[in-house]
Write a protein that binds this ligand. Structure first.
Ligand SMILES: [Mg+2]
Length: 134
């Protein structure tokens, strides 16, 4: 299976870095889409088949937290795995995101960290042999 990814970040440089890391990761990438804020992210989600969302928190128009809340209210979007990549340092905020089922990566990040987190959240080829079925 190949993974269709949506990258949501208000920084074009950051989106490019994340995309480069994904390409280097060896993960089976399918289509990649980009959005500059949560609003654009939700529009992309409603128009395309997306298997994984990688999202920033701090963005204009609609931030990552609100986008994730909207996704959780939507039956078509609520089960899509989410990885948040942010400079966010507040423990409370991070715990709230994790309660919503999102994994978290701190900026700055390494390509290996992105790869391992995605493998983990999407249950791809874990060392314990448990293979995801979706
Ligand atoms: Mg930002």
């Amino acid at each position: 299976m190949s993974i269709n990814v949506l990258i949501v970040d208000d920084s074009g440089v950051m989106r490019a870095m994340i995309l480069k890391s994904l390409r280097m990761s060896g993960l089976p990438l399918g289509e990649t889409h980009q959005a500059a804020n949560g609003q654009e992210g939700l529009e992309t989600l409603s128009q395309h088949w997306i298997d994984l969302v990688i999202a920033d928190i701090n963005m204009p128009v609609m931030n990552g937290e609100e986008m994730i809340e909207r996704m959780k209210e939507n039956t078509e979007m609520r089960d899509i795995p989410i990885v948040v990549i942010s400079t966010e340092g507040s423990k409370t905020r991070l715990e709230q995101l994790q309660q919503k089922g999102a994994a978290f990566i701190h900026k700055p990040f390494t390509p290996e960290k992105i790869r391992d987190t995605i493998k983990d959240i999407m249950k791809l080829g874990g060392s314990d042999g448990n293979q995801g079925t979706n």
